[in-house]
Every structure is written in structure tokens, then in C-alpha cells.
Write a protein that binds this ligand. Structure first.
Ligand code: CO
Length: 294
């Protein structure tokens, strides 16, 4: 018993010693200067025209935050592997954050260029915050919200998209292509967007590639309304693979083919949300809101 007590005291003295040493070491360390960085993250694209849209986002971000380091990360492993084969090396968000950490950045804001707060956003959010917990690393890390994060965001995006369908007459319909997700709470955002479009314009719809609202649902409505011409517009960051194939492709299961087969004249608009400066501004507003907490 006495011996155990002695061990106990010994351990206590050792612990105190360690704490004092650690504090002394910290006190001897240089004070770190604050260095801010922005990490733009997107799913990524291997389509060169879509890459141009990314360049525009970057230019707009550099204009808005002129003295801040700006870097990119792509979340898609497949896209990163494709680009690597062409000699273009792109970081995953985790790789980019590790690099920012070792380059000595103290405050990092991550902009999620995702459309909805879905699975990809939540993964990004979770992993980014782990980088804020490492000792000697990034002191503060903030993740800005994706595009459709509030009712106000949805209204703004709907207004911009509706005003920018080139050549559309009021009797023509427009279907915005959302990605959609099997994660139902996030997929409900597309139902909300559809309701907002419908309120603003009874011939404006949202349908999704992988979510609950399908193009077949919209075809039924278009027939009831006796619509003759339908515009197809992506509600995705870039007019990439989904827009080129699932929306405007020539295969029988593309939206264009399905609508044409049902007797509608079809006009695809190959323009992603990154190509509307007002929509990019909304993303950058989310970044400003986050960075106000630095
Ligand atoms: Co997809």
C-alpha cells in the first residue's frame, strides 16, 4: 500500500514535470503570423469547356479576396485519376489541406462548390474540421455553405436561372436538371426548388438524374399544359458529363431523346451554374459569411 502511494506520487511529479517542460517549450516557440487561405472545392471535371468555368470562378474569387492565397481541390477520385493521366495533378481536399498546413497557413476557409448540402458536403465538412484539431497546424478552419443552403439562396438562384434562358418564350417550358441524390433529406431540396420555380413560372420545372423527381414526372405535366417547346438547362456547377450525356445526349435514355419521342421540340442550353456571375457571387457571399468568423 505504502509502495503504491510512493508510485502514485512519483507519477504525479513526473506529470507536473512534463506539463512544465511542454509550457516552457511553447513559450520558446516563435509567435506565428496569421496567414489566410481559401480552398475552392468541387466535384471536378475532365471536360475542357467546363474547366473554363472553373477559371472564371477563380478569377471572381481573386477579385473578391485579392490578398488571400487561393487553391483548388477536386473531390472525385475518378476525375483526379483522369486528369493525372493528362499530366494534371489535382489534390483531394485532404491533400490540399495537408499542404496548406505544412505551408504554414493558419486560417483556412473551404468553399464547397457543391449545389446542395449532400453527402459530399458533409464528408468535406467532417474531414476539414479534423485539420483544425491538429497541434501546430491550421489554427482555424471554416467551411462555407454550398449553393442552396437557405430559402433565400433558392429564390436567388431560381430568379437568375429563369431570367437567363436565351430565346425562351413564355409559352415554352424549361426543365432544370438537378443531380439528385439517394440521400432523401438532401434530395428534398430539389422538391423545394421545383416548388419555387413553379410559383414563379408554371412552365418551369426541376427534374433530377438520380433523385426522386424524374423527367417522366415532368413529361406528364408538360402534356397536360400542351407545351410545344422545352428548354433544358443544367442546375449543376458545370455543363459536364451529365449535361452532355444524360441531358442533351443522343442516346435513347437522354432527356432530349425522351422529350423528342414525346413530341416536344427540345433546346438544350449547355451552361453550368458556374457561368452565371450572380450565382458565383452567391457562393462567394457564403465564403464571406464564413470568413467573418476568423
Ligand atoms: Co453524378
Amino acid at each position: 500500500m505504502k509502495q503504491l502511494k510512493r508510485y502514485g506520487y512519483g507519477l504525479l511529479v513526473l506529470l507536473i514535470g512534463l506539463v512544465v517542460t511542454a509550457n516552457a517549450l511553447a513559450a520558446h516557440g516563435e509567435k506565428r503570423e496569421t496567414r489566410q487561405a481559401i480552398l475552392l472545392t468541387a466535384f471536378g471535371t475532365s471536360v475542357p469547356e467546363a474547366q473554363k468555368a472553373f477559371d472564371k470562378i477563380e478569377a471572381q474569387a481573386r477579385n473578391t479576396f485579392p490578398n488571400t492565397e487561393i487553391r483548388w481541390a477536386f473531390t472525385s477520385k475518378i476525375i483526379r485519376a483522369k486528369l493525372a493521366k493528362q499530366g494534371k495533378r489535382l489534390d483531394s481536399p485532404e491533400e490540399a489541406l495537408a499542404r496548406l498546413m505544412s505551408d504554414g497557413f493558419t486560417h483556412v476557409a473551404v468553399l464547397s462548390l457543391q449545389t446542395i448540402p449532400g453527402v459530399e458536403f458533409h464528408q468535406l465538412y467532417q474531414n476539414a474540421h479534423l485539420f483544425g484539431q491538429m497541434s501546430g497546424g491550421i489554427e482555424k478552419i471554416l467551411v462555407a455553405r454550398p449553393l442552396l443552403s437557405s430559402g433565400k439562396d433558392m429564390e436567388t438562384v431560381a430568379d437568375v436561372l429563369l431570367k437567363n434562358v436565351p430565346g425562351r418564350k413564355p409559352t415554352d417550358a424549361v426543365v432544370f436538371m438537378g443531380h439528385g441524390t439517394e440521400h432523401h433529406p438532401s434530395d428534398a431540396i430539389y422538391l423545394a426548388m421545383n416548388a419555387i420555380f413553379q410559383q414563379k413560372d408554371p412552365r418551369a420545372y426541376v427534374a433530377t438524374v438520380e433523385g426522386m423527381i424524374t423527367i417522366q414526372d415532368v413529361v406528364a405535366k408538360l402534356k397536360e399544359q400542351k407545351v410545344k417547346k422545352v428548354y433544358l438547362v443544367p442546375m449543376m456547377l458545370v455543363a459536364g458529363d451529365h449535361a452532355m450525356n444524360d441531358m442533351a445526349g443522343d442516346e435513347p435514355e437522354s432527356w432530349k431523346s425522351i422529350l423528342t419521342k414525346n413530341g416536344f421540340a427540345c433546346e438544350p442550353v449547355m451552361k453550368g451554374t458556374a457561368e452565371y456571375p450572380q450565382i458565383v457571387d452567391l457562393w462567394l457571399d457564403h465564403l464571406k459569411t464564413a470568413m467573418a468568423h476568423f
